[in-house]
Design a protein around this ligand. Structure first.
Ligand SMILES: C[S@@+](CC[C@H](N)C(=O)[O-])C[C@H]1O[C@@H](n2cnc3c(N)ncnc32)[C@H](O)[C@@H]1O
Length: 317
């Protein structure tokens, strides 16, 4: 497990009974998390102080219940980046905080390369990875199918004072864009992708990650430069094992480009217990000499399960 731990403005305070209690800046949010199948007693009194709770609906989707007036949006910082957070439909906030462990890796690899690095960031969402790479000195092509999400990423770039960096903002279908870049002869030294588990393409085509991932990575190999640095494939799909993503990278890249591969779950440390909640997985192809980063296993750390006093639990209910 590689755990994202360099946050100051974000904290996963506690996780139990299908929910996470998180601090986003000054706001405390409770969100459902299907990975949190354990049901130990709550270990933080802050559950009772949540500002907003997301309730899933049986009919799909859900809604936020606000217990305190929150601004429509606010910012959190990560290593000099400023990221706009806003509780949106489908429980998202605009930041996947576990990705910070990957952002730190991208920055280290780009800085250590000692040469100009061109990054292609597919399914780039609100730009965390794009901005981390740009801040480390790379030029980045950020691709996402949603115009609104790309506008959000550009706002993050402006707030992070990176708006003048060499970033191309592309609103397009990733597979189509990569095919076009291959035909145009565009080449990238690093490719990052975080494809959704399930969706529909612009023509209504069904996108199921397990069925489409091989073709997409295969397409991507055609736009890699002659001296590639890394390829990172992230997935939140429980049906797609990290080892499968690594196998695809190994078979498609190592015979021609050499290098090594790695894969691991990524996660978020729980501040009140010392455990780590898994949040998807990332597989890497790495040029020789590049390392995927430090591991932290929740199994080796002591877990502290100090339930709240009975009265505090009762008060909360
Ligand atoms: C953050 S990623 C997905 C994160 C995570 N893998 C998940 O399943 O929740 C989602 C992003 O991919 C974008 N996206 C989805 N399908 C796309 C496509 N075919 N081409 C480009 N972007 C796409 C969405 O607009 C969104 O910003």
């Amino acid at each position: 497990m590689r755990a994202a731990s360099a946050w100051q403005d974000y904290e996963l305070i506690d996780a139990t009974g299908g929910s996470r209690l998180e601090r986003w800046g000054d706001a405390l949010l409770v969100r459902p998390d299907p990975q949190v199948v354990w049901r130990n007693e709550r270990t933080s009194p802050l559950w009772a102080k949540a500002d907003a709770v997301y309730h899933r609906s049986d009919k799909g989707g859900g809604r936020w219940e606000y217990r305190r007036r929150l601004p429509e949006k606010w910012q959190i910082g990560w290593q000099g980046l400023r990221l706009v957070v806003s509780p949106t439909g489908f429980k998202h906030t605009g930041v996947f905080p576990e990705q910070a462990v990957n952002w730190a890796f991208y920055q280290k690899a780009i800085a250590a390369a000692g040469r100009p690095i061109r990054v292609l960031n597919l399914f780039g969402y609100t730009g965390g990875a794009t901005l981390a790479c740009a801040a480390a000195g790379a030029s980045v092509c950020h691709v996402d199918a949603s115009k609104g999400i790309v506008a959000w990423a550009r706002e993050n770039a402006a707030e992070s004072r990176l708006a003048d960096r060499p970033i191309r903002w592309i609103v397009d279908d990733c597979a189509k864009f990569v095919a076009r870049e291959a035909r145009r002869g565009s080449r990238y030294d690093a490719i990052i992708m975080d494809p959704p588990s399930y969706g529909r393409g612009p023509g209504g085509e069904v996108w199921k990650l397990e069925n489409c991932i091989y073709d997409l990575i295969e397409q991507c190999t055609r736009v890699l430069s002659g001296e590639p640095l890394f390829v990172a494939v992230n997935s939140y799909t429980t049906g797609l094992s990290p080892a499968v993503m690594e196998y695809i990278l190994k078979t498609l890249l190592c015979p021609e480009k050499g290098g090594t591969t790695a894969c691991d779950e990524i996660g978020l440390p729980v501040s009140s217990t010392g455990g780590v909640v898994p949040c998807g997985a990332t597989a890497f192809w790495l040029a020789d000499g590049v390392q995927a980063g430090e591991k932290k296993s929740s199994m080796n750390a002591p877990i502290v399960l100090k339930p709240l006093a009975q009265e505090a639990q009762a008060e909360e209910e």
